[in-house]
Design a protein around this ligand. Structure first.
Ligand SMILES: Nc1ncnc2c1ncn2[C@@H]1O[C@H](COP(=O)(O)OP(=O)(O)OP(=O)(O)O)[C@@H](O)[C@H]1O
Length: 268
C-alpha cells in the first residue's frame, strides 16, 4: 500500500445481534471505512444507527458478524491485547479511590513504567488539561468536566496512535464542552493521534473532524462522508462562514433539508 498509513480499516462489516427471545437486530450493514493515521473522523447519525456498535467492534468488545476490521494492520483482538489505542467513553470511568494523578498513571502502572517516568508523564498531562492543582484530589471532588478531562488524559497517557471516543462530552454543559473540544484539538496536535469520535452534535463533529461520516437509520450504513479542511481549529473557526457551511452540509445530508431532523441528532 502507498500513501498515508491506515490506522483503522473497516471492510464490509455487518453486525447482527441475536436477542434472548431468538430475534435478530440488524445493527450495521456493509460498513466500510478507512481512518488514516493522524486523522480525526466523527460518526454521526440518528439514535440507534449503530455508532456505538461500530466503536465496540473496533475495540473488540463485541464480535462482528461478517466483514473485517484491522487496527494498524492487526486483528482487533491483537490490537486490544497490545493496547494500541486509548478509550474514552461517555462515563468517565475513573477509579474513585485513586487520586487524579493515580488515575492518569494507571495504564502506565499496568505496563510497568517506573514511578519517575510515570510522574513525569502525569505532570505533563496535568498541565495540558489545566488540572495541576487537582493532582491529589479524588474524582468525587471534581466537576463533570474535570472528570472528563482526567479520563481523556488517562486515555492519552501512553501516547496512543489511536483514540476511540464515544460521546465523551455528551454530559457536559455547552461552555465546558467547547473548552474540552479545544483541548482535544490541542492534544491531538501534540500526539498526532488518529481519533474515531461518536457524537450527536453536528457542530461538534464539524469543529473537530477531518471527515464527518453520516450514517443511516438502522441497519446503519454509511450514506455520506463530508471532508472538512479548515486552516485552523480555534475559537475564530466557530464564527467562520466555512464552519457554518460545514454544519449546513452535514445537516442537509442527515435531514434531507436544512430544517428539522431525525431523533438523536442535535443542531447545537
Ligand atoms: N447487545 C445488544 N443486543 C441487541 N441489540 C443491541 C445490542 N446492542 C445494541 N443493540 C441494538 O443495535 C442498534 C444500534 O445500537 P447502538 O447503541 O450502536 O446505536 P447508536 O447509534 O450508538 O445509538 P445512540 O445514538 O442512541 O447512542 C440499536 O437498535 C440497539 O438497540
Amino acid at each position: 500500500m502507498t500513501g498515508t498509513p491506515v490506522a483503522v480499516r473497516i471492510d464490509g462489516v455487518d453486525k447482527v445481534f441475536r436477542t434472548r427471545k431468538g430475534g435478530e437486530v440488524h445493527a450495521l450493514s456493509d460498513v466500510s471505512l478507512d481512518v488514516a493515521a493522524g486523522e480525526f473522523v466523527s460518526l454521526i447519525g440518528p439514535s440507534g444507527c449503530g455508532k456505538s456498535t461500530l466503536m465496540r467492534l473496533v475495540a473488540d468488545l463485541d464480535p462482528l458478524t461478517s466483514g473485517e476490521i484491522t487496527v494498524f494492520g492487526k486483528s482487533v483482538e491483537q490490537a486490544r491485547k497490545d493496547q494500541d489505542y486509548g478509550i474514552a467513553f461517555q462515563q468517565a470511568g475513573l477509579l474513585p479511590w485513586r487520586s487524579v494523578r493515580a488515575n492518569i498513571e494507571l495504564p502506565l502502572e499496568i505496563h510497568g513504567v517506573d514511578a519517575r517516568d510515570r510522574r513525569d508523564r502525569s505532570d505533563e498531562l496535568l498541565a495540558l488539561i489545566g488540572l495541576e492543582d487537582f493532582a491529589d484530589h479524588h474524582p468525587d471532588q471534581l466537576s463533570g468536566g474535570m472528570k472528563q478531562r482526567v479520563a481523556i488524559a488517562r486515555a492519552m497517557a501512553e501516547r496512543p496512535r489511536l483514540l476511540l471516543m464515544d460521546e465523551p462530552f455528551g454530559a457536559l454543559d455547552e461552555m465546558t464542552r467547547e473548552h474540552m473540544q479545544n483541548e482535544l484539538v490541542a492534544l491531538c496536535q501534540e500526539t498526532g493521534a488518529a481519533v474515531i469520535f461518536v457524537t450527536h452534535s453536528i457542530p461538534e463533529a464539524v469543529f473537530l473532524s477531518d471527515r464527518v461520516v453520516v450514517m443511516s437509520p438502522r441497519p446503519g450504513r454509511i450514506t455520506d462522508i463530508v471532508p472538512l479542511d479548515f486552516k485552523a481549529r480555534d475559537e475564530d473557526l466557530r464564527e467562520d462562514t466555512a464552519f457554518y457551511e460545514g454544519v449546513t452540509a452535514v445537516r442537509t445530508l442527515l435531514h434531507g433539508s436544512e430544517q428539522g431532523g431525525p431523533r438523536g441528532v442535535e443542531n447545537r
